[in-house]
Design a protein around this ligand. Structure first.
Ligand code: WT7
Length: 673
């Protein structure tokens, strides 16, 4: 390991050619973006096609002051466009028709490779848009998508965007129950799915329809016309005539052209469920114009993407990272990307490095949890491959610990690449705090500085702004184009949630509610600004869990656990985990006269897996004859977090209704924990 320096300058070879080549240049543009956002973003908008141009007077209208009316943000009101047109037709017209939009790398290295040019992608999207139209899908209808990482996934998304249907993707790692809940919530008219996916050596069946769906289009991926080394799946999948349709049969006779639906700037583009503070997932809505501007600009600048570069983001399209940085951002820039179906460990632990070598990847974007998992195998698997094409290495999903940062920097980037530790979330649409490759001197573990248009503000417990150095609640005091639509995010409801959930923040919020939009509605953040002005995300103040970059709420898991007939009550906390970042530690109070046994533990694990998904699988389930509650009945989670790590410094417990319970819970820790 190299000795940890506190700051790493960007490689001059990167700075020289970068869009933003010095920190001074970044600061100049940044200031402009805050002083005159309308002017700044209207320059960005010029590269895109607007069927109805924006009125410069109305480029940005917003109100953050509740006393003056409802909170609202409107970008480019009155303008109209179509995302799919801008991503595909515009690029084909600009001469990129024969350029590869996506390379597809299957789970098995010997699977057939597929590349789709921009022209071919446009044709496929139009054909599928016609399929959707034939099934009665119209502008504004919601379409759910539950698919593996195959090319039909972006094709389905873009076909929705082309006809103005709102896609709602559910990550294929979620259980059928989770899918059903989300489909019901958004009143989806149709589901697009596949027979299954490949994960390493085993097929994963997706089409086990316990849920009610009116119509379903199914990609035949496990059983393929084209042979594949693992193509031995003979099992019949569940099928209902007049409801289920094969993708390839539907596509057969469709025209490869479809006129785009012109959408208003603030018309919905997609929704995506994320974990709210309650047990129920929350549908975040992103709209048309602002999202296009922000996805396109962050992609181009943060990854310093230049024509000829090959970009690879390992995130599943089912998460916001995949929406913005596998689909919308790259295609808006006419980029060439890799889409990978498999895992980093199959057929060997060098798969990521072999894919980077195979496609000569220049920008690689992954999660700290993957880096930590791969670090374990040392440098050997890395040295088997030529990674010299790499220029920018991205990190996303959780704070990257300095050890993982340094490993990434030294062994993957060979100390020549810039690392961009991109902080953002589903609601922000794109990166909000991030270094820029040619411009920002890097500090391992710091997300560094705000992107253009983003104005982070730190507040102390009394709601007073902390200027300069200090730590406090992170809020945003100006809108940027990637902001989610307040329409579905009723501001007052969120403030209500926050106040309940984060009592420490209540004073702060009460003071500032009329001035500051807290973008972190539910997943409220704290951050520290150091002496150099760098921002460090220090943690959450609420009850959220982040397992391998998958965000979920404690309530979501608890509601599944307490459904078990033998369980009276449960409390879930996160415990640090060397690879996953955090893991789930669950406290279970069985019903009167019920025993806590191995069967209950395995039942509960199975339930969580089935109801939420494999990634939510608890690491520890502990018997808790009682939970540490305050006199008002609130579970003191900070005490449970201490018990989970066996740390006796639990702090003040004098407000607990029964202090004895803490000792009892320490005594009850299972041996394997
Ligand atoms: C939460 C948002 C945004 C893409 C993936 C997840 C955590 C994400 C970082 C980072 C520190 C990070 C935060 C955030 N997070 N990136 N670079 N440094 N924390 O989207 O599911 O909406 O989760 O992920 O906790 O609030 P999401």
């Amino acid at each position: 390991m190299p000795a940890e320096k506190s700051i790493y300058d960007p490689n001059p070879a990167i700075s020289q050619n970068a869009y933003i080549s010095s920190f001074e240049e970044y600061q100049k543009f940044y200031q402009e973006s805050l002083d005159n956002p309308a002017e700044f973003w209207s320059r960005v908008a010029k590269q895109f096609h607007w069927e109805t141009p924006a009125d410069p007077e109305k480029f940005l209208k917003y109100n953050f002051n509740i006393s003056k009316g409802p909170i609202s943000i409107k970008w480019m009101e009155g303008a109209s466009t179509n995302l799919c047109y801008n991503l595909l037709d515009r690029n084909v017209r600009n001469g990129l028709g024969d350029q590869i939009a996506y390379y597809w790398e299957g789970n098995h290295p010997d699977d057939y490779s597929r590349g789709l040019t921009y022209r071919k992608l446009l044709e496929e999207v139009c054909r599928f848009a016609n399929v959707l139209k034939d099934h009665g899908i119209r502008k504004g209808d919601r379409v759910s998508i539950y698919m593996p990482m195959i090319l039909e996934l972006p094709i389905a998304m873009l076909a929705c965007a082309r006809i103005g249907a709102v896609h709602s993707i559910v990550f294929a790692g979620f259980s059928p129950d989770s899918l059903a809940e989300r489909m019901f919530d958004c009143k989806a008219k149709l589901l697009i799915t596949a027979d299954g996916a490949w994960r390493g050596e085993k097929p994963l069946y997706l089409k086990e329809m316990g849920h009610s769906v009116k119509k379903c289009i199914v990609v035949s991926h496990l059983k393929r016309v084209t042979p594949c080394p693992l193509d031995h799946v003979e099992e019949e999948i569940p099928w209902t005539d007049d409801r289920d349709y094969w993708w390839h049969e539907e596509m057969e006779d469709k025209e490869p052209a479809c006129y785009p639906e012109w959408m208003d700037a603030e018309d919905p583009l997609f929704m995506l469920y994320t974990s709210g503070s309650t047990g129920k997932p929350k549908g975040v809505l992103h709209t048309t114009a602002g999202y296009l501007l922000y996805a396109a600009t962050t992609f181009k600048i943060v990854f310093d993407y230049k024509p000829g570069d090959i970009y690879w983001c390992t995130a599943d399209v089912g998460w916001i990272t995949g929406h913005t940085y596998v689909v919308y951002g790259p295609l808006a820039n006419g980029a060439t990307s890799v889409i990978f179906e498999g895992t980093p460990f199959f057929p060997g632990n060098d798969r990521y490095w072999s894919v980077i070598d195979k496609y000569k990847v220049t920008q690689f974007y992954t999660a700290p949890t993957a880096i930590r998992a791969l670090m374990k195998f040392g440098e050997g698997p890395v040295l088997k491959h030529n990674l010299s094409g790499l220029k920018v290495l991205g990190s996303v999903g959780e704070p990257i610990n300095p050890e993982a940062w340094l490993w990434y920097y030294k062994y993957i980037g060979k100390e020549q690449c810039s690392i961009v530790d991109t902080f953002w979330q589903t609601e922000t649409g794109g990166h909000v705090i991030t270094p820029l490759p040619g411009a920002t001197p890097m500090k391992p573990g710091s997300a560094s500085s705000p992107f253009f248009g983003v104005k982070p503000t730190l507040l102390d417990e009394c709601g007073i702004e902390i200027k300069g150095e200090g730590e406090g609640y992170l809020v945003f005091s100006q809108p940027w184009p990637g902001n989610d639509a307040p329409l579905y995010n009723n501001h007052e409801t969120f403030r209500g949630h926050l106040l309940l959930q984060v009592p420490q923040a209540s004073t702060a919020l009460a003071r500032v509610s009329h001035e500051v939009w807290t973008a972190f509605h539910c997943d409220f953040k704290r951050a520290r600004r150091d002496a150099d002005g760098y921002l460090w995300i220090t943690g959450r103040v609420d009850d959220m869990l982040n397992v391998s970059g998958h965000l979920m709420s404690t309530a979501e898991v608890e509601s599944v656990l307490t459904e078990h007939p033998r369980v009276a009550e449960s409390a879930v906390v996160s415990r640090p985990h060397p690879v996953k970042g955090e893991c789930l530690y669950c406290f279970i109070t069985p019903n009167e006269n019920e025993v806590f046994d191995q069967k209950l533990i395995s039942d509960l694990k199975k339930m969580v897996r089935e109801r939420i998904g494999p990634f939510a699988m608890p690491d520890v389930i502990q018997n808790a004859p009682g939970l540490p509650k305050t006199r008002s009945g609130k579970i003191m989670r900070r005490v449970l977090r201490k018990i989970a790590v066996n740390d006796r410094n639990v702090g003040d417990t004098s407000t607990l209704a029964d202090e004895q319970i803490v000792e009892q819970l320490f005594a009850n820790r299972p041996v394997e924990a």
